[in-house]
Each structure stands twice: as C-alpha cells, then as structure tokens.
Design a binder for this molecule. Structure first.
Ligand code: PLP
Length: 429
C-alpha cells in the first residue's frame, strides 16, 4: 500500500510522495531545486527515450523513472508538486502552470476548438471573464453567461456545440455557491446522448475553497483549477496555477503547456511544495476560525446590510454549503473568505465602502488593502472599484456585485486585532 492510503491527508500533504521516482530522497529531506534549464543526457539513446516518453500516455508519469530534458517540458520540483496537488484534490494527475490564469486557459483550451460554445456562471474571476469573452471569441469560440443555479435556464442554454461548463464555487467575490452535484447530474444526463469527443466537460475553479475545504473531483467534476498564488501558495510570495483531473487529460495539458509556454518555474514550485502545501491545513483551520468570528461580528453590525459567509446561519445556501464544503476530515469547512455589503443606496454605499477600505489602508496593521487572497496577512478589497472594475456595470449587477460590497480574505493575525481594526474602520461607513 502506498503512503497515501495508510496515512492521513494532513501528513501526506507535509511529506508529499514518501518515495518518488522523480528524485532520490536518500540524502534529502526537502525536495530539490535545480536552476539549470536543461539536463545532461548521458547518450543520444537517453535523449531519444526522454522525447518518446514526454506526454506519452503509454508511460505513467508517476511510476516511470523520468528522463528530464528541458524545464519547459518537465522538471523534478514541479513534477513532485504535481503529485502532491493531485493527491490533495483526489485526482489522478495534475499539471502546473506559471499562474492561475495560465492553468485556466489550458483547462479550457484543451477542450474547445473553433465553433465550440462555453457556458459560465456570471460571478467569476475578472480575468477569466476577459479570457472567455475578449480572447476566445476571436477564435470563433462563443459563450453565454448563465446562472447555473437556475437549472431550467442552464438546460435551455446548452447547445450541441457546448463543450465546457465553467464555474467557481464559492464564486468570486460574492460567495454564491453552485450546486456541484446538480450540475454534474444534468451534464451526465446530456452526455449520455453524445459521442465521447462531443461531451461537455465541467471545470471548477476551486481557488476560493482550496482543497482543504472542498474537492470537486470527488463529486464528479471533470477538471479542477487552482491559482496556486492564493491559499495553496499561502504566503503571497509566488505565483502559480494547476489543472487537476483524470489521467486521460495529462497528455494534452503537458503538450499545451509545452507549446503555449506557461510552465511553472522550479523556484516557485519549490516554495509552494516546501512552505505552501505542508501548511495548508493548519493555515486554513486558523483562518476559518477567524472568518467565523469576523462574519458573526459583521452580521450584527448596524452599518452592514448583508454578510455572505457560508458558515453563518443567515447564509442563504447554508444547506448546500454543509453538503459540499467539507474539510479533509469530513467536517464542515466554510473557508476563509467573506463578502459583505454596506448599507445605503448605490452611490452612498460605494462611497461608504471607499471610506472604509481607505481607513483600513491608512490605519490598520492587521488588515491590508490589496488584491489577492489566501495569504498569512488579512487582505481587504473593494470589488466594484478594484478587481471587478473592468467588468461592465450591467454584468456586475448580474453577478451580484454591489457598489458597497467588500471582500475580506482572512489571514493569521490575532482575530481580536482584526475585529478592532474593522470596528474602527466601519465608523467611517
Ligand atoms: C487569483 C485568481 C485567479 C487567477 O490566478 P493568478 O495566479 O493570479 O493567475 C483565478 N481564479 C480565482 C478565483 C482567483 O482568485
């Protein structure tokens, strides 16, 4: 039996593969970091072997001793990281990329061609929206933003050429959830009448929950994406992305990465493997505890109109959250992200949110005004003026982004300091 089967997830995430073909650990505790971009090939025959093996489905990447050739193709540190990431999501394989967006473009890219149609949920990461609507449309790939919680509309929006259904749950920034099991069931029903090559592929960006709090592949989703820049990297020091899924997608993902070129650097892979993944569970646990306290505080605050945190009793999709957001021990895991809206009409609440985040930016040690999330520092941002400012106002409204909405990503500071800083800033609302 492999270590993954006899040890608990927490321990495997710290150690990764105990004995890997990808590197000899006889004399090393930590994974390697190599800075040479090409590898010595002892003979032309070995070079031939390496080129034959690369992205070849006849060679299992996890059990075949690798012949490394060139960093853009494959290298030991990101390869080890890929094994651990696949384990974290209970997938067969993982392929890393230089950023989350590179992973997203690959996950979609291997599944579409000219004439394909993509359905995505309107509340979505701004650059993903840009990728689908601004770039893919130039290659004849069409799209529809469809509320995936409205099943009749979703069913009606699916066309013969629909190849991808794409969403985030929780969605960015509103924390709206999508019912994974229901989407999977509908797609399964439609795919039964389709040839293998025409089947719809479901893709979930699991960045907000992290594999600690939710594992969509185990619920029947085809591909999971992470921005490694966030919870998994954990320290805000490196960028990265990953696509995780069944073994059959590995070849195309590796070829896509080779030919589009967005490979993860060994340095970034090493940081994520050495610091990020081993501390994922302990960070998330603590951040989640703080998020619960902060959400409860905001929920009672007279300047706050609405708080969206899956752990609150007032969360509209509380039952669904309980069902699909589960930590690696099976306990309810509402995560470390909060979205809340300040009271007032659109203009007032927009100004109010600006005053609150500006007050935090100038006075708070415990809360930093910055985009991104999943760091050891608590980060705050105002989606309407920042991350989602490029999204047209009508699409913002469709996605449920309010002018007075604020997104909070909990870090590891003492929660009493976070609460006090928030309390002072909300006086400005
Ligand atoms: C940050 C983020 C991305 C993009 O990741 P990068 O590493 O910045 O390219 C995609 N999806 C979500 C939900 C994110 O938060």
């Amino acid at each position: 039996m492999s270590a993954e089967e006899t040890y608990r997830d927490r321990s495997v995430l710290i150690h990764g593969k105990f004995r890997s073909e990808k590197w000899t650990f006889e004399d090393h505790i930590l994974p390697p970091i190599t800075t040479a971009v090409s590898f010595r090939l002892r003979s032309a025959e070995r070079g031939y072997e390496g080129f034959c093996q690369f992205a070849n489905p006849d060679f299992n990447r996890d059990t075949t001793p690798p012949v490394y050739i060139y960093d853009r193709l494959d290298e030991p540190c990101s390869s080890l990281l890929e094994q651990t990431l696949a384990f974290s999501e209970k997938g067969d394989c993982a392929v890393c990329f230089s950023t989350g967006m590179a992973a997203i473009s690959a996950a979609i890219g291997i599944n579409v061609r000219q004439g394909s149609h993509i359905i995505y949920h309107p509340a979505i990461y701004g650059c993903t929206h840009g990728h689908i609507t601004n770039w893919l449309t130039r290659y004849g790939i069409t799209n529809d933003a469809v509320n995936l919680n409205d099943f009749d509309t979703l069913r009606a929006a699916i066309r013969p050429e629909t190849k991808v259904i794409y969403f985030e749950t929780p969605s960015n920034p509103t924390m709206e959830l999508i019912d994974i099991a229901k989407v999977v069931a509908l797609v399964k029903e439609i795919n039964e009448g389709r040839e293998e090559a025409e089947r719809i592929v479901t893709i979930v960006d699991n960045t907000f929950a992290s594999p600690y709090a939710q594992r969509p592949l185990t619920m029947g989703i085809d591909l999971v994406i992470h921005s490694l820049t966030k919870h998994i990297g954990g320290f805000g020091a490196t960028m990265g992305g990953v696509v995780i899924g069944p073994r059959k997608v590995e070849t195309e993902l590796l070829l896509y990465r080779k030919d589009f070129g967005a490979s993860l650097s060994p340095d970034a892979a090493w940081h994520i493997l050495t610091y990020g993944i081993p501390t994922l569970a302990v960070r998330l646990e603590r951040q989640q505890e703080s998020a619960m306290r902060v959400a409860e505080f905001l929920d009672l605050h007279h300047k706050v109109g609405r708080v969206a945190y899956p752990g609150l009793d007032s969360f509209p999709q509380r039952e669904l959250a309980q069902q699909q957001m589960r930590d690696i021990d099976g306990d309810f895991a509402p995560g470390a992200m909060i979205y809340f809206e300040l009271k007032g009409n659109p203009q007032e609440s927009y100004q109010s949110a600006m005053r609150v985040v500006n007050h935090l930016a100038q006075n708070s040690l415990s809360i930093t005004l910055a985009v991104s999330l999943g760091q050891i520092r608590t980060l705050v941002e105002h989606p309407a003026s920042m991350t989602h400012a490029v999204v047209p106002p009508e699409h913002q409204a469709k996605a449920g982004i309010a002018p007075g909405g604020i997104r909070l990503a909990l870090g590891l500071e003492d929660v009493r300091d976070i609460l006090r800083d928030l309390e002072h800033a909300l006086e400005q609302a």
